[in-house]
Design a protein around this ligand. Structure first.
Ligand code: C2E
Ligand code: SIN
Ligand code: SIN
Ligand code: SIN
Ligand code: FE
Ligand code: FE
Length: 399
């Protein structure tokens, strides 16, 4: 009789009572294992529930580490081998993992597979060891008793079920972590690719790639100051500002589709050339949409980047391109970028024009208040224009 049998209600037969309790206990353990998100959690669940379910004096959880068995965790009436490592060939958990089958040992001191010296310090007289994941064992679970006896079929069966649940849980954890790693990898790859594309686009019509970094910082400074004035709330929150900052490098990505003959033309563009030039807004949006399809799914970042690429040349008075939107019909990100973009173009040398000083650029932007630009944003710009100047000098201007 096990301890739990002693607690059985007299109304039911002892065995029946044990069986019901065991079933419920196993179900709970299995559910908790299925929800485990890491090996630590699997160990914790097994440690917390297996000994009572199996009716053993001790339980150990052994992880395979190459050709070693690592006794990772235990729950027992006396110390076993927690934290120790043994060669796979010279311990019973190794035997169970190598053979992919359960071992039942009535008397450990009568069995040659047991390293007897390692057992003398323990209470163990009999045991069951089952592999976790029989096809390709990654672990083993042992149950131990303080007296030599033949462990019951129910105990062996219960331990096998726990091991099977643990096997599923460990497979889930491995799958989960590899998916997680793949996702992180994809995000990093995407960020790197996008920055590379943006840098390529930028260096074709600018002397340096600094324009990208500068516009990023202008956009964030302007957006933060606007938010500080309570403008465009609740839309303009910290999360959107972060997305604006990240998306800014892509606003002119469509310029990769414009020929050098136009992009690098030292003089003024004629009407036909400028019509082609203007397509960079649509090309940019489409390129980002393609990247989005390629990477699968969308992110807030790419959504804003698309919108910014498409709308950064709209004008408040409706005379911009590509849609000729007016006022607040122009996406906020486009209205913010317009000021950052033009400021940077003005204070920089371009193949087609020379730079003008900061103060003159401020005057040009002020004159466009309510014409090219959102008047409320121009007011914010005028207030923080020294920050623009600071960013411009900090991130270098093209010579
Ligand atoms: P960008 O050179 O970066 O200029 C961005 C925007 O800044 C321009 O958009 C325009 O709104 C403003 N901007 C640039 N320079 C000046 C300026 O000297 N004065 C004033 N008031 N505003 C200025 P826009 O006009 O739609 O041009 C888009 C892009 O087309 C430009 O980007 C540039 O790459 C190209 N582009 C425009 N005009 C010419 C040109 O005459 N020659 C050449 N080669 N490219 C041009
Ligand atoms: C026990 O010895 O704790 C009961 C389990 C069994 O019968 O094997
Ligand atoms: C550039 O990004 O090279 C200039 C800014 C613009 O044309 O929008
Ligand atoms: C314009 O009105 O388009 C020129 C002014 C500017 O882009 O800043
Ligand atoms: Fe542009
Ligand atoms: Fe630009």
């Amino acid at each position: 009789m096990t301890q739990s049998a002693a607690l059985a209600s007299p109304a039911l037969g002892g065995d029946e009572q044990i069986e019901i309790a065991a079933k419920a206990g196993l179900e709970e353990l299995t559910t908790r294992l299925a929800q485990a998100r890491g090996v630590e959690e699997i160990l914790r669940v097994v440690r917390g529930g297996a000994r009572r379910l199996v009716g053993a004096d001790g339980i150990s959880f052994v992880l395979r580490e190459g050709d070693k068995c690592f006794y990772a965790d235990e729950d027992a009436i006396g110390p076993l081998w927690k934290g120790q490592r043994f060669p796979l060939e010279r311990c019973i958990s190794g035997w169970a993992m190598l053979h992919g089958e359960a071992v039942v040992i009535e008397d450990v001191y009568a069995d040659d597979r047991i390293p007897h010296a390692a057992y003398r310090a323990t209470f163990v007289q009999s045991l069951v060891m089952v592999p976790v994941h029989a096809d390709d064992p990654v672990a083993a679970i042992g149950a131990y008793w303080a007296r030599p006896h033949r462990p019951s079929d129910q105990s062996v069966e219960m331990l096998k079920r726990i091991a099977n649940s643990a096997a599923v849980a460990m497979t889930n954890v491995a799958l989960f972590s590899s998916l997680h790693a793949a996702r992180e990898e994809a995000v990093r790859a995407k960020d790197a690719l996008i920055l590379a594309m943006a840098a390529l686009a930028d260096t074709r019509d600018n002397e340096t790639g600094d324009h990208i970094r500068r516009t990023q910082h202008y956009v964030r400074a302007l957006a933060e100051a606007a938010r500080g004035h309570g403008l465009y709330q609740p839309e303009l929150n910290a999360e959107l500002i972060e997305l604006l900052y990240k998306s800014a490098p892509l606003h002119d990505i469509g310029k990769v589709g414009i020929s050098d003959a136009i992009l690098r033309k030292p003089g003024k563009l004629d009407a036909e050339e400028f019509a082609i030039m203007r397509t960079h807004a649509r090309l940019g949006r489409d390129a980002i949409a393609n990247a989005e399809r390629y990477f699968g799914g969308t992110t807030g970042f790419l959504t804003i980047a698309k919108e910014m690429a498409y709308s950064h040349h709209e004008r408040w008075d409706g005379q911009g391109y590509p849609e000729g939107l007016a006022g607040e019909a122009i996406p906020l990100c486009g209205r913010i970028m317009a000021i950052a973009d033009v400021y940077d173009a003005l204070v920089s040398d371009r193949v087609y024009k020379a730079a003008i000083p900061h103060a003159e650029a401020v005057t040009v932007i002020e004159a466009e208040r309510g014409r090219h630009f959102d008047p409320a944003l121009v007011d914010v710009f005028l207030e923080i224009s020294p920050i623009f100047q600071e960013i411009n000098s900090q991130f270098g201007s093209p010579a």
